[in-house]
Write a protein that binds this ligand. Structure first.
Ligand SMILES: Cc1ncc(COP(=O)(O)O)c(C=O)c1O
Length: 327
């Protein structure tokens, strides 16, 4: 890894060649109803149909493969996540023949823990606090000699997520902008590095839930969010973290647009419902946030030169017994 941004297009292309045999080139959906209603052409990249049900498979598999390339004797990998990264790492480790442990809080839904175990990983339960998660993870890493693979603050994970943009621009070269639901920022960092390198004028926007308030930090050029990390009160459990990462922040500051799309629960539900009803796609709330951004006032007021807008439908791992409009 080299250069000012620490990752470049070559890292993303390398990631693409490492993972292409195992991940789906996900389809792009369009809706003439949506386009007519919102006055631009929108393209929905269906990472909800990706292996393990989210884009996270890309970054996890690239990171595991890169690790093995640098050290063949690693016995296994570990992470902390009850969500999409946990499933993705378990899947990636299984493909590469590595052991895997996923540390998850004792509040995690059984259905998610079963999915992680289904990919052959061990689940290690901890208390539902950031400190307990990290301590448990460190203990497993020390006891078993496993390598920690973070959910976003890792250059190989970021490069893997960047493969979404390479693929998307191959499918829809005319894209003028891409909307990216964001938590720690691995996906938006990877997408922005790759997209801007292929098409320097493209705009890459963060989509966030209410309360994250990233725009203030981007405009000020410094992290204005509180410490320690806070979890936001949003139905979009995939993008609940308030803080961008230490590795992702400098990349994002350099290549991601300073205008941010902020959406609330009601808008997220409208976005999910549109995907269900009109595109027949099962998406989780984080994807609904992307659709909601496309429907928003801020998008309505965007420059008319932005004609072709990509939206990342980042995941589809939703609990159908607890759809947010029934709770
Ligand atoms: C479905 C979904 N979308 C978006 C994100 C945000 O990814 P990042 O942390 O790389 O910003 C996540 C992260 O877990 C996710 O699970």
């Amino acid at each position: 890894m080299s250069g000012k941004l620490h990752i470049g297009i070559n890292d993303v292309l390398k990631a693409k060649s490492r993972i292409r045999q195992f991940v789906h080139a996900t389809p792009v959906f369009t809706s003439s109803t949506f386009d007519q209603r919102y006055g631009r052409r929108f393209y929905f990249k269906a990472e909800n149909l990706q292996k393990t049900g989210s884009f996270k498979a890309r970054g996890a598999l690239n990171a595991v493969t890169a690790l093995l390339e640098s050290n063949r004797s690693i016995p296994g990998v570990v992470t902390h996540s009850s969500g999409n990264h946990g499933q993705a790492l378990a899947w990636a480790a299984q493909i590469r023949g590595l052991k895997c442990a996923v540390v998850a809080p004792n509040t995690s839904p059984t259905v998610k823990l079963d999915a992680i175990r289904g990919y052959g990983a061990d689940v290690v339960i901890c208390e539902p606090t950031p400190i307990s998660r990290q301590e448990t993870c460190d203990r497993v890493a020390n006891d078993k000699g496993y390598h920690f693979v973070p959910p976003y603050d890792d250059l190989d994970v970021i490069a893997g997520q960047g493969t979404i943009a390479v693929e998307f621009l191959e499918q829809i070269p005319q894209l003028d902008a891409i909307l990216v639901p964001t938590s720690g920022g691995g996906m938006v960092a990877g997408i922005a590095v790759a997209a801007k390198s292929i098409k320097p004028d493209i705009r890459v926007f963060i989509v966030e839930p209410n309360g994250k308030d990233v725009e203030r930090s981007l405009v000020a050029g410094e992290r204005l969010w509180p410490n320690p990390p806070r979890v936001l009160d949003t139905i979009a459990d995939g993008i609940r973290l308030q803080q961008l990462g230490h590795v992702t922040w400098p990349i994002i500051q350099e290549v991601v647009d300073k205008q941010v799309f902020t959406v609330n629960n009601e808008q997220i539900i409208d976005g999910m419902k549109f995907a269900f009803e009109r595109m027949k796609l099962v998406v989780e709330a984080a994807s609904g946030a992307g659709v909601a951004a496309a429907m928003s006032e801020r998008m309505h007021n965007m420059d008319a030169s932005i004609c072709h807008v990509g939206v990342i439908l980042c995941g589809g791992n939703t609990d159908i017994e607890h759809l947010p409009w029934y709770t």
